[in-house]
Write a protein that binds this ligand. Structure first.
Ligand SMILES: Cc1cc2nc3c(=O)[nH]c(=O)nc-3n(C[C@H](O)[C@H](O)[C@H](O)COP(=O)(O)OP(=O)(O)OC[C@H]3O[C@@H](n4cnc5c(N)ncnc54)[C@H](O)[C@@H]3O)c2cc1C
Length: 549
């Protein structure tokens, strides 16, 4: 008998089958239903194609792009300053694939019913594979409405934003078919308080909208600094104004835009975030002078929507991994997904994930119908509500999904640690949690008809007495304006879950809506896995578990 026989320490068993290569659209029944529900059925082939990419090559690229963080090169070997951020090829593959499939352009190039819903669906798939690249993709998409406020500038830039061509070369726009756009508002002394910006803009000629200025100042956060241009804010004599600042001047020389250093971030590793200085950087005024905040808000509203979609996407990927793991992993000879307590946890995560998706998709629908006054007001309010609530729910949910996978969920070979690191950022950038709640109050107090639009959407409970009572409580809460800032988080949360309950009821799957209402409007649990008795947990778990063909 050879000793080698005894040297075999173990046989690998009770490990789950690989999800590598799974089509993230095909395995996602709730996504398919919500896409169809809100007029996106025409794009199912497109979503199917992207689902295969996201679960396959993009997922692989996501691991590589995060393992090999962007590198900042200050100077070339001759000592010339170059301010170059170099990315791993996998990052470029993520960007190229997304741009070629219209993630930053679809609703602008093909504005038919369902276009924003479909784009949200594509983004939802992409961010599951790799979320950090979503930052430049969303900024590029979102820059379009703000740029269009200055038509002669938009004529130059927007066709190249919409060109579905990715060109990462460090050259001027004249040499490129496709461009990407960033956003630089935050300064050291304030991100929320952008009105405290100290960056100054000096007119090169006559000044005014569409005219050239030179900017002197700094920005404390400027993500994706290799973008071709940035919407930014600077002070003129008439106050804070919005500018488009390209990385190259029209004569092809580099602009006076200097990257100081890259941020060393908790997560979001594939994406570079930097500190920058403008030392006489050439830029063009966008929109009215002194109205920089309302101008750039055109962009910010869209990126806030993408934060909702992005966080919903992280939640879905975490759920997919947890449900798949528990469907195959046995403890004490029993499949985890068959154990009552694990069923309670998984079903609870599935509810949270679907409710986040429902609210995001409903926002997409509103963006598809902004010509309708009700939808316009809905979008104004629910951008802030959804951004607050969904982004807040993501980190806790991702953590819980990771625990479903035991030790495996804590190890970098699975995607869970990356999802967990990624989860908090959507709540911080584009206006942090409290800022969203204060924005809800601002919309309600300053914009006529917004509260009516909200209650018109909520309706009378859609035949559910528990939702009806919740809506009545909300009406009373809004009627009482004492201490309203102090109560703004509670109000926002209550509206969010009320809306989610209503959307799930309307969708007609009573297993989902009953469980959501029983747990979110009536339940007592404080962590996931505390669903009350009577919930059809097996059906909820089955609905969220990937069924591989
Ligand atoms: C990874 C990353 C990338 C980023 N990329 C960019 C970028 O590309 N471009 C860009 O311009 N910015 C970017 N930011 C900056 C981001 O938008 C800001 O950090 C954010 O807006 C908050 O600003 P602040 O950090 O100055 O915090 P502050 O404004 O100091 O706020 C601190 C806290 O106070 C809360 N708060 C503010 N006002 C009130 C109030 N009245 N009542 C109660 N609470 C309040 C806020 O909600 C927040 O939680 C990025 C940030 C991160 C983390």
């Amino acid at each position: 008998m050879s000793l080698q026989q005894f040297a075999e320490t173990h046989e690998v068993f009770n490990q789950v089958p690989s999800l590598d290569g799974a089509n993230l659209y095909r395995i996602d029944l709730p996504l398919q239903e919500w896409i169809r529900r809100y007029d996106g059925g025409w794009a199912e082939d497109r979503l199917n194609t992207y689902g295969a990419l996201a679960g396959g090559p993009l997922m692989q690229a996501g691991f590589l792009a995060n393992e090999h963080k962007p590198q900042f090169k200050t100077h070339d070997r001759y000592g010339n300053r170059i301010d170059l951020v170099e990315f791993h090829p996998a990052y470029h593959e993520l960007m190229r694939t997304a741009i070629e499939h219209g993630l930053p352009s679809l609703p602008w190039t093909d504005p038919r019913a369902g276009a924003n819903v479909v784009r949200a669906g594509l983004t939802y798939l992409h961010s599951q594979a790799e979320a950090a690249s979503g930052c430049p993709l969303t900024m590029t998409f979102a820059a379009v409405p703000a740029l269009r406020l200055q038509p002669e500038i938009a004529d130059i830039w927007v066709p190249k934003i919409l060109a579905t061509e990715y060109d990462p070369r460090n050259v001027g726009i004249e040499h490129k078919a496709g461009v990407t756009i960033g956003m630089a508002m935050t300064e050291k002394q304030g991100g929320t308080d952008v009105r405290a910006n100290t960056t100054r803009a000096y007119p090169v000629g006559i000044g005014g909208p569409g005219q050239a200025y030179e900017l002197v100042g700094h920005k404390w956060f400027c993500s994706a600094p290799m973008c071709d241009a940035f919407l930014t804010l600077a002070q003129t004599d008439k106050g804070l104004s919005c500018f488009l600042l390209p990385r190259h001047r029209p004569d092809g020389t580099r602009n006076q835009f200097y990257v100081q250093r890259l941020k060393n971030k908790l997560g979001n590793w594939a994406n570079a975030s930097s500190e920058v200085e403008y030392r006489g950087a050439l830029a063009w005024m966008i929109g009215e002078e002194g109205r920089g905040v309302p101008t750039i808000i055109e962009m910010v509203a869209m990126t806030r929507f993408d934060c909702m979609v992005g966080s919903s996407s992280l939640m879905r990927q975490a759920l997919t991994q947890a449900a798949h793991h528990c469907a195959h992993r046995k403890v004490g000879g029993k499949v985890l997904a068959d154990q009552p307590l694990m069923q309670n946890v998984l079903a609870d995560l599935a509810l949270e994930s679907e409710a986040a998706l429902a609210l995001s998709m409903r926002m997409g629908r509103a963006l598809d119908h902004l010509h309708d006054e009700q939808e316009d007001k809905f979008a104004r309010l629910v951008t802030a509500i959804g951004k607050y609530w969904i982004c807040k729910r993501a980190p806790e949910m991702v953590y819980e999904a990771s625990e479903c996978m035991g030790g495996a969920g804590y190890v970098e070979e699975t995607i869970l640690p990356r999802l967990y690191r990624e989860a908090p950022v959507n709540s911080i950038w584009e206006g942090s949690g409290n800022v969203q709640c204060l924005d809800v109050l601002r919309a309600l107090s300053k914009e006529a008809g917004v509260l009516d639009a909200l209650f018109a959407e909520l309706g009378d409970g859609h035949g559910d007495a528990r939702l009806k009572a919740h809506i009545q409580r909300l009406q009373a809460d809004f009627a009482d304006t004492a201490d309203i800032q102090y109560r703004a988080r509670q109000l926002t949360e209550d509206v969010a879950v009320g809306l989610q309950a209503k959307l799930l009821l309307e969708a007609g799957n009573s297993t989902v809506s009953d469980a959501f209402i029983a747990s979110r409007l009536e339940g007592r649990g404080r962590v996931y896995g505390t669903l009350p008795r009577g919930v059809d947990v097996e059906a909820l778990v089955a609905r969220s578990t990937p069924h591989l063909a």
